[in-house]
Every structure is written in structure tokens, then in C-alpha cells.
Design a binder for this molecule. Structure first.
Ligand code: LLP
Length: 420
């Protein structure tokens, strides 16, 4: 993980020892590295240099304002899926003119907000949504620039819960309906179909499914042009995987070459919507050991982070490295242990039988590759307040979201009058 390394025996984020962050902010806490974020963004920019291609960062992966701002300063656009994310993008300095609005269930209110802001593009995923957008745009006297998200029926070969491009998935317009839906769009007032969008899934570690999907999209583009549609944009979605453990995801130059080979002569502006590959390996979740429990059959490392803070292991059986903040000395005994949180569910397990050096109460550990789909998927289950987020830059760090308090949680609720 770029941005994270042991120095003098202590795990650092850039120049800052994680022990210092734990002392100042407490645990659990998400820690992100500016250097890693910038490195990941620049890798995209460099790989696609010379192509008419733009990066719209998928905010859903990590929508902390300071993280978005880091990308905004490098020229990124944004891919958003709610009014909330649109407002975050704009608050972080990404103008709506660089924002793509995706998602299967945009409400009329969200459509209006996006059009008022001057959104670059809305990716439409159904005929009822298209009709609703036509009504909203017409009532405002504007034309909505849209891409239609098509479902290419390609197996992304990733975890079932994050595959989106098979015909049984809820996403996009069925391949066989695509031409008819573009015809419908052309007939509707307030709609201007300018592009085709596709996204087949997340954490893809092979180029082949991307290639298959993009080739289908290129075929569709030719058909649509023959049908008389002036399609000038291709939105190729996100999905490039990262290394959590031993995965070997395709490198960006190879991905960019593949994109160029398929889209280079199509006369289209290409949009990419990466999320995970920009932030995943730029963050850790820092946590403290509460107890080490020796059971009859197993040993348990009980830490102060839980499934509500990082749900990926419970939800997707995802692997996250467990890094002791104090560097293990070479030759130290390694033994398997279950790493678990304090929440009252067996699913609150980060790692089963993970080989680790002996750790004791109060020791710090960091869960690796936690920058994507970590803090954003957190909940307050078990009335555990949302944990803070810290951004490191060189020798400096800043709390970019403070720790929520129990008082704030309770203040949102009221007892009805009749309960006295
Ligand atoms: N564009 C669209 C339309 C998407 O649905 C997604 C992710 C992305 C872009 C960004 O994909 P990425 O580059 O991050 O793979 N919570 C899951 C991942 C869900 C991904 C949903 N869509 C996880 O923790 O693995």
C-alpha cells in the first residue's frame, strides 16, 4: 500500500505514526493518505493521456469531502448516485458540469436538482425513468443530456453481490431493448440522448469481461448511428479491482490500451467512473485491541472496530489485511487467531484463523485496503457512533470528519407525547 509503511518499527501513514493519530483522535478511526490518493488518480490520468477520456470519481467508494477535494484539485469529475452525493461533489469543488448522475432509482426531485445545477449527464436505466425525466425537463424548459445504461449480459466474474452486468441483475436496459429505448428517447420532449453507459461490476481482476462489454457497446454505437442517433459519449463505468491479498488486477496501461483499441476510432468522448481503484488502497481502519480471549478451541482478538464500521468482511466475505502497528520482529512466533469486533453477532468477524504475532490488550492494529466502501458503508448498529476520518499529507494530518457522539444520535430521536 503506497503511503503506508513501517518506519522505526511503527506503521506510518506517510510521515505520521499511526500511534500519534490514535493518541490524538482515539480509535477506531479511518486514516487516508493524500500521496496514495494522488498516486492512484495520476495513474489514471497518465494511462489515458492522449485519449479523449475523463475520470469521474465514483463518490460512493469514499465520499469524505477532503477525499473528493483531493481529486477535484487534480481535475476529476464525479459519478454520483443521489442528491446527497451531488451536493457533496459540488461542496468539494466539482462543478455539476463535470458530474454524471447514475443509479436505478432517481426521484423527480433529484432529477430537478441535477438539471437546475447544470449536470453533465444523467444515466437512465429504465423507460419509466426516461419518461419521468422527460416530464421534469420539459416542465423546466430544458433538455436533459442523457446516456442510456445498457446491460450487456456479460459475466464480470466477481462476487455475486457486486456483479451488475448480467441480464438477471436490476441494472440497465436489456440489451435487446436498447435500440427501441433510444428510439423512444428521441421521440420524447426534454431528452437529448448523447451517450451510452455501461458498468458490469466491481472488483474485476480480469480484462476479458471489460473487453466483452465494451465491444458490445461499440457494436451498439454503430447500430444507433445507423438509426440516426448522434451518440458522442461512452461511459465505461468503474470496476477495476485492487489487490487486497494476492489478486493481480490488470494494470492501468493495459486497461487503457484495451479501451483505446475498442473506442479509439469511434469519435466519442470516454468517461471512466473508478471508485475502489482510486481510494481502496489509500486507507486503513485503525483499531485497538480490547481483549485477547483464549477459548477452548480458538483464540480471539477482540478489537474496538466492528462490522458497523467496516462491513465488507461480513457482507462479502472480503479479505482485509490485519497489520500490527508495531512491526513484528523477524522470527517472532506466528499463530492463527480470529479477529472479531464487539457487536453481538457472529458475523462481526474481520478474519478467521489469521496468522498473526502475539498481540495484547491496548495494542493497535490497522485493517488494510479500507479506503473504499469502508466509512461510507458504516452504520450506527449497536448505537456505536460513526468513527472519525483523518487525512494525512506528509508530516501533517487533519480530522476530516470528527467522531459522532452518542448525544448526537439520541438528539435525533423523540418520544411521542403520549408516552409522557
Ligand atoms: N459506476 C457505477 C455505475 C457503479 O455502480 C459503481 C459501483 C462504480 C462506478 C464504481 O465501481 P468501482 O470502481 O468502485 O468498482 N460495496 C461493494 C462495492 C459496490 C460497487 C457498486 N458500484 C464493496 O465493498 O465491494
Amino acid at each position: 500500500m503506497i503511503g503506508f509503511s513501517y518506519r522505526s518499527g511503527v506503521l506510518h501513514a506517510e510521515g505520521v505514526p499511526l500511534t500519534a493519530i490514535a493518541a490524538a483522535v482515539g480509535t477506531p478511526v479511518y486514516v487516508y493518505s493524500t500521496e496514495a490518493l494522488e498516486h492512484a488518480y495520476r495513474a489514471y490520468a497518465q494511462a489515458f493521456e492522449g485519449q479523449d477520456a475523463g475520470v469521474c470519481y465514483a463518490l460512493k467508494a469514499n465520499s469524505n469531502l477532503a477525499v473528493i477535494r483531493t481529486f477535484a484539485r487534480l481535475g476529476a469529475g464525479a459519478d454520483v448516485v443521489s442528491e446527497g452525493e451531488l451536493r457533496r461533489a459540488m461542496a468539494a469543488g466539482i462543478p455539476a458540469s463535470r458530474v454524471v448522475f447514475s443509479g436505478v432509482g432517481k426521484t423527480r426531485t433529484e432529477m430537478r436538482t441535477a438539471l437546475e445545477a447544470g449536470i453533465h449527464q444523467l444515466n437512465v436505466e429504465s423507460v419509466p425513468e426516461l419518461e419521468a425525466l422527460s416530464e421534469v425537463a420539459s416542465s423546466m424548459g430544458v433538455e436533459a443530456p442523457i446516456a442510456i445504461r445498457v446491460n450487456p449480459d456479460v459475466d464480470a466474474k466477481t462476487h455475486a453481490k457486486i456483479a451488475t452486468g448480467k441480464k438477471e441483475n436490476k441494472f440497465g436496459i436489456d440489451w435487446d431493448h436498447a435500440r427501441a429505448v433510444y428510439a423512444r428517447a428521441a421521440a420524447l420532449p426534454g431528452i437529448k440522448a448523447v451517450g451510452i453507459a455501461v458498468h458490469i461490476g466491481s472488483q474485476l481482476t480480469d480484462l476479458a469481461p471489460f473487453r466483452a462489454a465494451y465491444t458490445r457497446v461499440a457494436d451498439l454505437l454503430h447500430q444507433l448511428r445507423e438509426d440516426g442517433h448522434d451518440i458522442r459519449r461512452l461511459d465505461l463505468g468503474g470496476g477495476l479491482g485492487i489487490r487486497y491479498k494476492e489478486e493481480a488486477p490488470p494494470d492501468l496501461p493495459a486497461y487503457a490500451d484495451m479501451v483505446r483499441s475498442i473506442t479509439g476510432n469511434l469519435g466519442c468522448q470516454v468517461t471512466l467512473e473508478p471508485g475502489r481503484s482510486l481510494v481502496g488502497n489509500a486507507g486503513v481502519l485503525l483499531s485497538r485491541v480490547i481483549y485477547v480471549k483464549q477459548g477452548l478451541h480458538r483464540r480471539f482478538l477482540i478489537v474496538d472496530a466492528a462490522m458497523n464500521d467496516l462491513i465488507r468482511p461480513s457482507l462479502y466475505d472480503a479479505y482485509h489485511a490485519v497489520l500490527p502497528v508495531t512491526e513484528p520482529v523477524s522470527g517472532v512466533e506466528i499463530a492463527p487467531i480470529d479477529v472479531v469486533g464487539p457487536v453481538c453477532e457472529s458475523g462481526d468477524t474481520f478474519a478467521l484463523q489469521r496468522p498473526l504475532p502475539a498481540l495484547a490488550a491496548d495494542d493497535l492494529i490497522a485493517f488494510g485496503s479500507a479506503g473504499a466502501y469502508g466509512a461510507v458503508m458504516a452504520s450506527t448498529y449497536n448505537t456505536r457512533p460513526l468513527v472519525p476520518e483523518v487525512l494525512v499529507n506528509g508530516d501533517a494530518f487533519a480530522v476530516t470528519r470528527r467522531r459522532q457522539t452518542v448525544e448526537e444520535l439520541l438528539a435525533m430521536e423523540e418520544r411521542p407525547d403520549w408516552q409522557g
